[in-house]
Design a protein around this ligand. Structure first.
Ligand code: SF4
Length: 467
């Protein structure tokens, strides 16, 4: 392994070493010769909050592949692995998980910094094999079709044995040949146009092999109890692309609780309250005094027991997503939640002692009228009257996504968005702390979600390389 030789590389090396030292290993990963760099193209906090980053490593390592995790910081130049602090150049396969559209900027930056041509057809035999998977592929597999050598569509569990076998190969072209036989693999550059998505079964319940204080789920062992969503909110790709919905068997989840009983848990699912065996899990966790937090839940389905149990872990604030500023807008966005349901949940939150509530909203619908805003301002007044000491509003513009009923909608323009934010602030700034998502970042997400093939490389040159 090459050690860093200059000051900048030392700084990067030490940063990654420290991150690794802070991780607590829950289960052992077999050590094999370095082969696959598993790259989460975002910072460590985001990467370690995603169970996929750990689970894919476990799936590959348990089949004999030498795999190490990488994450991204804009100031990184060499890119060292978390586990062994090996430079990424020592890995012959780079496997990216593409979770958010705007991570395109980070994928491009990493490739450029390591001297890898962006266009797959410009790469040589000595360049690493670039494979890209992740949820963005589910709604637009063409975004990276000119950049990736191979795109994997769907859950890796479906073809993990074939993928591992293919990656065992020392010859890049033999690996590609084997990978092209896999039904979930799409490759524009190697001429395989037919592919089919596939979703894993959750028969084996995924859980993380490490915990860390730097994750959003601080020091929690992540366990995936559901994949996909039974709802169909028109702004959200999850309800339309991850089908059919899968739920983990409660006994298998409880087995994990028993095995790692000294840990605290982070339960991962699109909405935890839709998990059909939630009461069975709560019974066990209550009995055994297990602490846990959840990735997301529906406010109209919460009950006092669940909220009380969450509160004792580390939930200082109660997070709720009414999404629409009025009931009429919620109906347009197919958010099947009523005002009464939201009020009931918020009242329960106060009853169990939450003092801070965070409310998430999406604005920017062409149908919005001053009547809808009046209802919104009245609603926040009512929440104030419930006795919450702090109300935080997170406002995002609607980003219409492919493969959803909003696919053909246009995104609101900047001026209009900023005016609506100003109007909200004027009416609510005494009652709530207001965070408005940046228009620039949201519009970039909108643009990237629609890119195809060579357009993506042009977009990168235009937007990320000109400065
Ligand atoms: S409930 Fe949440 S995850 Fe499910 S479709 Fe609606 S926004 Fe998406």
């Amino acid at each position: 392994m090459r050690r860093p030789r200059d000051e900048e590389s030392f700084k990067e090396f030490n940063y990654v070493s420290k991150i690794f030292k802070d991780e607590k290993l829950i289960s052992q990963i077999p050590g094999n010769l370095p082969k696959v760099a598993l790259i989460f193209p975002n910072d460590y906090e985001v990467a370690s909050s995603s169970l996929a980053w750990s689970w894919i490593e476990q799936l590959l390592a348990n089949r004999g592949i030498g795999v190490e995790r990488f994450f991204y910081e804009p100031w990184f130049k060499r890119f060292y692995s978390v586990e062994e602090q090996r430079p990424i150049d020592e890995f012959s396969t780079w496997l990216f998980t593409f979770q958010f559209e705007n991570d395109l900027r980070n994928i491009a930056d990493l490739l450029i910094k390591r001297g890898i041509p962006l266009n797959a057809s410009d790469r040589e035999n000595y360049h690493p094999l670039i494979i890209i998977g992740g949820p963005v592929n589910l709604f637009n597999v063409e975004i990276l079709s000119d950049i990736a050598d191979l795109l994997f569509v769907g859950d890796l569990e479906c073809a993990i044995d074939q993928v591992s076998q293919a990656l065992m190969n020392d010859n890049k072209f033999e690996s590609i040949k084997e990978m092209l036989k896999i039904p979930q693999v799409y490759s524009k550059v190697h001429g395989k146009e037919n592919f089919k998505n596939c979703q894993g079964t959750l028969d084996i319940v995924p859980f993380s092999h490490f915990t860390t204080p730097h994750s959003v789920f601080k020091n929690k062992l992540l366990v995936e109890i559901g994949r996909g969503c039974i709802r169909r909110c028109a702004f959200c790709v999850t309800g339309y692309t991850k089908k059919p919905v899968k739920f983990a068997n409660a006994e298998s989840v409880i087995e994990i609780f028993r095995k790692y009983k000294t840990e605290e848990f982070g339960l991962i699912s699109a909405t935890i309250t839709d998990y059909p065996y939630l009461n069975t899990l709560l019974d066990h966790m209550e009995r055994e005094n297990i602490k846990f937090s959840v990735s997301s839940m529906r406010v109209d389905d919460v009950n006092e027991r669940l909220l009380k149990m969450l509160k004792v872990t580390d939930h200082k604030s109660f997070t709720v997503a009414p999404e629409g500023i009025s009931q009429r807008i919620r109906e347009i966005m197919l958010k099947d939640i009523t005002q009464e349901g939201i009020f009931n949940g918020l009242t329960l939150g106060r009853n169990v002692g939450f003092e801070h509530v965070k409310l998430y909203y999406i604005i920017g619908f062409s149908e919005e009228t001053s009547e809808d805003y009046r209802e919104f301002f009245w609603f926040i007044d009512e929440v104030n009257k419930m006795g919450y000491r702090k109300i935080t509003l997170s406002i995002n513009p609607l980003v219409p996504k492919p493969k959803t009923p909003f696919e053909y909608r246009k995104m609101i323009d900047r001026k209009d968005y900023e005016e609506r934010i100003k109007y909200i602030k004027k009416n609510l700034q005494d009652k709530a702390k207001i965070y408005a998502e940046s228009y620039k970042e949201s519009f970039m997400q909108y643009q990237i979600s629609r890119l195809k093939g060579i357009e993506t490389i042009e977009f990168i040159k235009e937007n990320f390389m000109k400065k």
